[in-house]
Design a protein around this ligand. Structure first.
Ligand code: PGA
Length: 258
């Protein structure tokens, strides 16, 4: 069985609507006619405000290999939560993915493992796929606690799920010290953590689930280092921040995923 590969671009809070549409068109042109491997899914995660627009633009361009996803959602189905967006709303504009638990949301919006479990449940209920982020900070890495931290994040947020729900979950390992810092985890460090995560899933859900789960690396992944990261056996793609804001760089990263 070939595991699904994913290269996702997390645009974070960047780009006006015009810039976002330009980037989408440029990316489509940069990818050109060359077909991508059938098991590779490219996901664009613009600010939620533009999801519908980018989705219809992709339809117009016949860019069927590109999906869109949101960067966050609320855990409730609907209700009096001023300023928030529910998973059903994201689904209703044609998005297919939601990033949950990004380290910036954990750090700046105090999102806990418990809350992220509820958000994950909400996303799955809406029929969407989850890109669940985990990763340790620099202190935790230096104290050699990185595997422990990641294991706790996954156990507390995801390990109540049914085995069948795992076909809708991808995990992005993003060491916090590598995000937006230009400091990438070495392929050895990244592969070791990915292998650990797959083993952990295997212990909880069995080998078949572990082997089918897509594991992404994120954190200063760019056009120059994507090749060696993606060549690692347990790395099935990337969650790309800064480098996804430039069509040329992002298309190079997408092509690095064979
Ligand atoms: P970066 O961000 O590629 O800019 O380091 C990755 C992410 O935050 O998902």
């Amino acid at each position: 069985m070939t595991r699904q590969k994913i290269v996702a671009g997390n645009w974070k809070m960047n780009k006006t609507l015009l810039e976002a549409t330009q980037l989408t068109v440029e990316l489509h042109e940069a990818l050109g006619e060359t077909s991508l491997p059938p098991h590779l899914q490219v996901v664009l995660c613009p600010p939620a405000l533009y999801l519908e627009k980018i989705k219809s633009l992709l339809t117009l361009l016949h860019a069927d290999h590109l999906a869109v996803g949101a960067q966050n959602c609320h855990q409730a189905a609907n209700g009096a939560y001023t300023g928030e967006i529910a998973a059903d709303m994201i689904a209703s504009v044609g998005a297919q993915y939601v990033i949950i638990g990004h380290s910036e949301r954990r750090a700046y919006y105090a999102e806990t493992n418990d809350l992220l479990r509820d958000k994950t449940t909400a996303v799955l209920k809406a029929g969407l796929r989850v890109i669940f982020c985990c990763g340790e900070n620099l202190d935790e890495r230096e104290a050699n606690r990185h595997t422990q931290v990641v294991a706790q994040q996954l156990r507390e947020s995801l390990f109540d799920l049914e085995a069948a729900q795992w076909q809708h979950i991808a995990i992005a390992y993003e060491p916090v010290w590598a995000i937006g810092t230009g400091k990438t985890a070495s392929p050895d460090q990244a592969q070791a953590m990915h292998q650990f995560i797959r083993q952990l899933i295997g212990e909880q859900y069995g080998k078949a689930v572990a082997e089918q789960t897509t594991l992404l690396y994120g954190g200063s992944c760019n056009a120059a280092n994507a090749d060696e990261l993606f060549a690692c056996p347990d790395i099935d793609g990337g969650l790309i921040g800064g480098a996804s804001l430039k069509a040329k760089d992002f298309s190079t990263i997408i092509r690095a995923m064979k």
